[in-house]
Design a protein around this ligand. Structure first.
Ligand code: F0G
Length: 500
C-alpha cells in the first residue's frame, strides 16, 4: 500500500527518518563513547558494551497505542528497508538512513503452533518461532542485518572503507556474517574462524559459498573467540561476534515480532531460548524491556534459557539463589548435539547478569529462569518435534526439552503459552540426526537412540529383477513394465497394502 493511502494520522510516522543519539555504554564503569568508530569493549576498563539511545525520551512522547498502530501499519508497506527488522527502526538503528539498511529477507519468521498431539504430550500450549527460515537458516541474520547496515552507513559517510569483518563461530554466526558481508563486497570482506571439526558440513559450506576466508582452528569455540578478540584488539578488523553491540540491537527484533504476533499481549506468555554465547537471551530480554518501557506491552513475558549439561555455565551460575553469593565460573565444555551453543565462557554473561536483575526488578517478580537438559533429551525432543510437522534443529529440540523440564519443575504452569526459539533449520544439523538413526554417537554424548524414533531408507531391489534402469541407460518396453510392476509389488508388500 502507498503511503498516501494510509490514515492521515499515521502517515507522518510510517517512514522513519534518522533520529536519536546512539552511544556505547560500558556495563562495568558506565563510561560512554560515540559510535563513529566500531567499539567492542570499553577502551577504559575492557568490559563489554551495550548501545543506548541517549534520546530515548523522545520515543516516550508517542503512546504505546500509537506505537502499536505504527508497527501494524508498517506491515502493509512495500519498502524493502522496512520489510525486515527495521520495521522497528526507532528501536534498532534510529540513526540509520533507510538507504544504509541491508535487507536480505531476514526477520518476520513464522510462529507456528505445535500440533495438538505434541501439545498434549508436553502439557501446555506452545509455538515454535522458526528462525531457521531466515536467509542463512538461523537467527544470526537478525544481528548481522543490523551490524552490516551500520557498517554500510559508516562506509557511505566516509568513516570506514575496505572493511575486513571477522568472527569466531560455532557455524551459524559465520554463515550469516559471510552472507551479509558478501552482499557488500568489495567494500566489505569477511574472514571467519571455526573450531576444527566442530561445525557441521552444512555450516562449513555456507561461508565457503559466500566467498569468505575460512580458518579452521584447533580447540573449541572459546579458543576461537580469544583469537578474534586478539585480532580485533591489535589489527584493523571489524568484529562481528555478538560482542559487537550492533548485533544485539538487531536480535532484539525477535522479541518485537513475538509481541506484535500476539497482538502485544504478553500476559501468561513464556519465551524459551537456548543459551550459548548468551547474545540471544541478552537481546530477547533487552527487546521486551524496551517495548515495556514504551508502553507497547503491559506485561513482561517469562524467559526460560536452556543449556545442555555439557555446556552449562549460565545454568550453574543461577543455581545459587543468593545474588550476592553468585560467582561466574567458565566451564570446560563436552561434546554436545546443541553444538552451536557448546560454549563454556559466554561473552555476554556480564550483560545477562545485569539484564536478568533489571528484568525481574521491572516485572516485580522472578520472571527469568535457566534450566538444564541432557543430550538424550535434546535429541529425543528434536526428533519428536519434527515428527509432528516442525523443522527444528538440535537447539530447537533443546528448547522443547527445556520447556518439558520447566513444566515438570513447576517453572511454568499448564495454562500458560510458550514460544520456543527454533534458532536454526533442521538441515544444518542433519548429521546428528544421522548419528542417532545409525546409533553411532561417540560415548561421551551419552545418547542411546529410542527405537521408535529411528528411521532409515530401505533399498528396493528385488534380486529376481534382472533389469533396472541406470542414469543414461533407461529401460523401455517389457523391461520397463516388469520393473515398475515388480518394484510396486515389493513396496506394496512392505507397506502391507491391500489391493483395490
Ligand atoms: N542456536 C543456534 C543455532 C546457534 O547458532 C547459537 C549460537 C545458539 C543457539 C546460542 O545463541 O550464542 O546467542 O546464546 N551460535 C553462535 C555461532 C555462537 O557462532 O554461530 P547465543
Amino acid at each position: 500500500m502507498r503511503v498516501n493511502q494510509f490514515p492521515e494520522d499515521i502517515q507522518p510516522y510510517l517512514i522513519p527518518e534518522p533520529s536519536g543519539d546512539l552511544i556505547y555504554r560500558c556495563l562495568e564503569c558506565g563510561e560512554q563513547f560515540g559510535i563513529r568508530h566500531l567499539l567492542y569493549t570499553c577502551p577504559g576498563c575492557g568490559h563489554v558494551l551495550l548501545l543506548y539511545d541517549a534520546g530515548f525520551d523522545r520515543l516516550r512522547e508517542i503512546s504505546g497505542t500509537l506505537w502499536r498502530k505504527i508497527f501494524d501499519y508498517r506491515r502493509m508497506l512495500n519498502i524493502p528497508a522496512l520489510n525486515g527488522i527495521y520495521r522497528y527502526h526507532e528501536l534498532i538503528g534510529p540513526i540509520l538512513p533507510l538507504d544504509s539498511v541491508v535487507w536480505l529477507g531476514e526477520g518476520h519468521t513464522p510462529v507456528v503452533e505445535a500440533n495438538a498431539r505434541l501439545q498434549r504430550k508436553v502439557g501446555l500450549r506452545f509455538y515454535f518461532k522458526n528462525d531457521g527460515q531466515n536467509p542463512s537458516a538461523s537467527f544470526k541474520d537478525r544481528g548481522m542485518a543490523s551490524a552490516l547496515s551500520y557498517i554500510q552507513y559508516l562506509i557511505k559517510q566516509g568513516y570506514a572503507s575496505d572493511v575486513l569483518a571477522v568472527c569466531a563461530s560455532t557455524g551459524d554466526t559465520s554463515a550469516a556474517a559471510a552472507l551479509y558481508a558478501s552482499f557488500l563486497h568489495p567494500d566489505v570482506k569477511s574472514a571467519v574462524l571455526l573450531p576444527h571439526k566442530r561445525v557441521t558440513p552444512q555450516q562449513l559450506s555456507q561461508p565457503l559459498g559466500s566467498g569468505a576466508m575460512v580458518f579452521e582452528v584447533p580447540g573449541v569455540f572459546d579458543d576461537c573467540m580469544k583469537i578474534v578478540e586478539h585480532l580485533s584488539d591489535h589489527y584493523n578488523v571489524a568484529l562481528l561476534n555478538s560482542k559487537n553491540a550492533w548485533r544485539i540491537l538487531g536480535q532484539e527484533s525477535y522479541s518485537y515480532e513475538i509481541a506484535q504476533g500476539f497482538e502485544y499481549d504478553m500476559a501468561g506468555k513464556t519465551v524459551v531460548a537456548p543459551v550459548g554465547n548468551a547474545g540471544n537471551i541478552t537481546a530477547i530480554m533487552s527487546g521486551f524491556l524496551k517495548f515495556h518501557d514504551l508502553g507497547i506491552i503491559d506485561d513482561l513475558p517469562r524467559i526460560i534459557g536452556v543449556q545442555s549439561e555439557h555446556a552449562n555455565p549460565v545454568y550453574k551460575y543461577y543455581l545459587e539463589p543468593d545474588p550476592q553469593k553468585r560467582r561466574f565460573e567458565p566451564v570446560q565444555v563436552k561434546p554436545s548435539v546443541a553444538q552451536a551453543a557448546m560454549i563454556g565462557n559466554p561473552v555476554s554473561m556480564p550483560r545477562v547478569i545485569r539484564l536478568v536483575a533489571e528484568y525481574n526488578r521491572r516485572a516485580g517478580e522472578q520472571k527469568t529462569f535457566v534450566v538444564e537438559v541432557s543430550e538424550q533429551e535434546i535429541m529425543d525432543w528434536q526428533l519428536r518435534a519434527n515428527r509432528n510437522g516442525h523443522v527444528v534443529c538440535t537447539h530447537g529440540g533443546e528448547c522443547l526439552a527445556g520447556l518439558v523440564a520447566a513444566r515438570k519443575s513447576g517453572k511454568i504452569a499448564g495454562h500458560e503459552t510458550a514460544v520456543l526459539d527454533s534458532t536454526a533449520h533442521a538441515l544444518k544439523f542433519a548429521d546428528f540426526q544421522q548419528m542417532y538413526f545409525d546409533n553411532n554417537f561417540p560415548e561421551e554424548y551419552g545418547i542411546t537412540p529410542r527405537s521408535e524414533l529411528i528411521n532409515a531408507p530401505e533399498l528396493v531391489r528385488p534380486p529376481d529383477l534382472k533389469h533396472v534402469p541406470e542414469p543414461g541407460s533407461p529401460l523401455a518396453g517389457k523391461q520397463l513394465e516388469d520393473f515398475v510392476k515388480r518394484i510396486a509389488e515389493e513396496i506394496a508388500v512392505r507397506l502391507d497394502l491391500k489391493k483395490v
